[in-house]
Write a protein that binds this ligand. Structure first.
Ligand code: TRP
Length: 478
């Protein structure tokens, strides 16, 4: 049984592995399966992958350790934990403002995450419908979408976007499931969900990757992902890689601090943080090895962008044996990954509402989930009824972004990096050194390296993302 935990945690994780699974569930999500292949594809493959891996282990991993440590030491929500650690260290409680920003970031990410996850539910139904019609046609294991042209298949995405009712319905379903799980608590909700969904996710991931290896262009995919072309190592690509590392590890968005507050005092944090970082990176790379063989096999463009998974892959399923089944399993897999992430996106703000306003868990989950649903509603309408709305029209890099992309942009490019900057400065310069040493349990040499990273390397690197992310004009053109 875990030690004492924050109020929202009631009794904490039932075991170390329950925590590890939930944290991996938070990390592995749309970021791994949708965003990572998209960015790798757009940024030339191998070169991006190398920078990404460097960012994960050099900056991301120490930050994961820091956030979990803050949670366990502070035993409260993201803001409360930072305040508690600040108090123990004899410095200003104002550092908790970064925790507040993490909570707000989680809330905003949840709102659009639920909309995108809703697309995956829609596509599960699309593939199911296709399975039914292939049975009727007497070829249940044939290719998907028989008799449809490529334009008809890719056009399905546009049809979905033009159908606000369907978008809202799927968004509502996804948010309702998320709220239901979180309302059931850390033990009976989050832990159980991760314990069921993550193993199923891994089985599907391996199965589809093997399928792609046999039927797809596996060698081409491997060389695309692992042969770096260093001329493609532009500052923009590096900037994207660091931002993606933060997003994918769920840094800067309350989850790891909150989950850390439910961790027992006997758990060694450094090996745990290492496992989370390895699992997340492993899944991102496996996802690349799952998706690109299929993309290359039918000669699709790896740089298709955000539509790669939802628009390009169905075209591939239409040309591969058993395509409807693989397609359905593929979207179920994304749905599972998204759900374990949305749970922790909701848990961060919910823990804060419980601690701060003393609400019951059920009420807090309904309140936060309901509010995030409203913001998500605007995102969904941004594809149709509100398609002319540009919320950040006044801000150069976001001027053309619709509602969903604006919220994605402002969280990913501004809020997560700022929170990461705050956490690294706080741990690197202000937090009590003995507390850090005791909580991390690092040996002298590693501890020195960790301090160097938190005090200098991470803040500088993250500062670079914020500056170049917001003012791409400052970058040398390439
Ligand atoms: N890591 C998640 C993914 O890769 C996205 C995410 C960002 C997240 N911040 C989070 C998930 C906080 C849970 C909690 O899809």
């Amino acid at each position: 049984m875990a030690g004492s935990t924050g109020q929202a945690g009631e009794q904490g994780w039932s075991s170390r592995s329950a925590f590890v699974l939930a944290a991996i569930g938070a990390a592995v999500g749309l970021g791994n399966i949708w965003r990572f292949p998209t960015l790798a594809g757009e940024n030339g493959g191998g070169a991006f992958v190398i920078v990404y891996i460097a960012c994960v282990f050099l900056i991301g991993l120490p930050l994961v350790l820091s956030e979990v440590m803050i949670g366990r030491s502070g035993r409260s929500d993201a803001a409360g934990s930072i305040a508690a650690v600040a108090e123990k260290s004899g410095v200003s409680r104002k550092w908790s403002l970064f925790g507040g920003m993490e909570i707000l970031a989680a809330f905003l990410i949840l709102s659009f995450y639920s909309v995108v996850a809703g697309w995956t539910i829609h596509y599960v139904f699309v593939m199911l419908g296709d399975i039914v019609s292939s049975f009727q046609a007497g070829a249940p294991f044939g290719t998907a979408f028989q008799g449809e042209t490529q334009d008809m298949i890719t056009g399905r995405m546009g049809e979905l976007f033009g159908n606000p009712l369907e978008l809202i319905l799927m968004h509502t379903a996804f948010m309702a499931i998320t709220v239901f799980i979180v309302a059931n608590g850390v033990h009976d909700g989050i832990e159980k969900a991760a314990g069921t969904l993550m193993p199923a996710f891994f089985v599907l991931l391996v199965l589809i990757t093997i399928y792609g290896a046999f039927t797809g262009a596996f060698a081409e995919a491997v060389s695309f992902l692992f042969t770096p072309d260093f001329s493609l190592l532009t500052p923009t690509a590096m900037n994207e890689a660091l931002g993606q590392a933060l997003f994918s590890l769920s840094l800067g968005s309350a989850a790891l601090i909150t989950y850390g507050s439910y961790v027992g005092n006997d758990v060694k944090l450094a090996p745990t943080a290492t496992m989370i970082a390895f699992a997340d990176t492993g899944v991102a790379i496996l996802a690349g090895l799952m998706i690109f063989p299929i993309v290359f096999a039918v000669g699709l463009d790896p740089a298709a962008g955000p539509v790669l998974v939802f628009q390009s892959l169905p075209v591939a399923f239409a040309q591969m044996p058993g395509g409807s089944w693989v397609g359905m399993l593929f979207f179920v897999l994304i749905f599972f990954a998204a759900l374990t992430s949305s749970i922790s996106l909701l848990e961060g703000p919910v823990a804060w509402v419980i601690d701060r306003f003393k609400l019951k868990r059920l009420h807090a989950a309904l309140l936060v989930g309901g509010l995030a649903w409203c913001v998500g509603l605007l995102c969904a309408l941004g594809y149709n009824v509100l398609s002319d709305v540009r919320p950040l029209w006044f801000w150069g890099i976001f001027a053309d972004s619709d509602i969903l992309d604006s919220i994605d942009g402002i969280t990913g490019k501004v809020m997560l990096p700022l929170a990461a900057l705050g956490v690294s400065l706080f741990i690197g310069w202000r937090a009590d050194r003995r507390l850090v040493e005791a909580e991390t349990g690092l040996s002298a040499g590693t501890l020195m390296l960790y301090r160097l990273i938190m005090a200098w390397i991470a803040p500088l690197a993250v500062l670079l993302i914020v500056v170049f992310g917001l003012f791409p004009g400052l970058l040398p053109t390439s």
